[in-house]
Write a protein that binds this ligand. Structure first.
Ligand code: MN
Length: 270
């Protein structure tokens, strides 16, 4: 009977905090007229009493058990989709469900895990990992990300990467910033000539000169940074960003690195 009730597809499990009860109406909604006792047992006993005993075992653990049990029985229909959705709501991450189903595959059977993984992939489709975001950005960008920009890390907030595109004649670098990453305020000095040109290639970023409002940067934008002007550049808080950096040749050109861009100034940019 319990197993049969587990198979019901149903509406959202709602926690009623005051009573700490799980409210379930799927039984009555779907089978109330046809099988009223079954509907009552599903809503009031399975969910109302068993799932509700969260002081004994939390919803996250109950979701893990339920998903494992369904997959073990080879139940990979809409009831599994429902319980995968509940598992996600109850805090199981994409990486965790992949690990759970990989583990279950060895005990319950490979084809069952295959079927379940295909459903889980859909349920967790909107949840990406940091490495997904990085590879998506890499695919969108024409130039390589390169290597972690360790040599200049002390002048950056967050992680940046550097790829040398041209290292003879005029040096050209592709600089990639993770979301939230930006360089410190700095000045490109030179006795004659000098300055820097930025050509934005992917993502969304910011450029700001001291005392002026920040300028939003999108792919294709070009920034001409005059010699001697204090400024910073970097990613938007919620986006990867990359620009080519071209050092304009000059006599005795050098960079002066200054203070970091304060969080309270950076995170209010919109
Ligand atoms: Mn600069």
């Amino acid at each position: 009977m319990i197993l049969a009730m587990l198979l019901l597809t149903s509406t959202t499990i709602t926690k009623v905090m005051a009573q700490n009860k799980v409210k379930q109406t799927a039984g009555r909604d779907q089978l109330g007229a046809f099988a009223p006792k079954f509907a009552e047992l599903n809503d009031d006993v399975l969910f109302g009493e068993v799932w509700s005993r969260t002081d004994k075992l939390g919803l996250r653990d109950r979701s893990l058990i339920t998903v494992t049990t369904l997959v073990s029985m080879g139940i990979t229909d809409s009831s599994l989709i429902y319980h995968l959705q509940e598992a996600k709501k109850n805090g199981i991450t994409r990486d965790e469900i992949a690990e759970v189903l990989t583990h279950v595959a060895f005990y319950a059977g490979w084809p069952k895990a295959w079927a379940a993984l295909r459903l889980a992939k859909e349920v967790w489709a909107d949840e990406t990992t940091a490495s997904d975001d990085r590879s998506a950005f890499e695919h969108e960008m024409f130039f390589p990300i390169g290597q972690p920009n360790d040599a200049f890390a002390e002048y950056f907030t967050g992680q940046s990467y550097l790829a040398a595109l041209s290292d003879t004649q005029i040096p050209v670098y592709n600089v990639t910033f993770e979301p939230g990453c930006r360089n410190n305020w700095h000045i490109h000095h030179a006795n004659k000539g000098g300055g820097q040109i930025l050509i934005c290639v992917a993502g969304e970023g910011w450029y700001q000169e001291w005392g002026k409002p920040a300028r939003k940067l999108l792919p294709g934008d070009v920034v001409n940074i005059p010699v001697g002007v204090k400024h910073w550049h970097g990613a938007a808080a919620d986006s990867w960003f990359a620009h080519l950096a071209i050092e304009v040749p000059g006599e005795k050109s050098r960079n002066e690195w200054l203070e970091s861009v304060k969080d309270e100034d950076y995170y209010k940019l919109k």
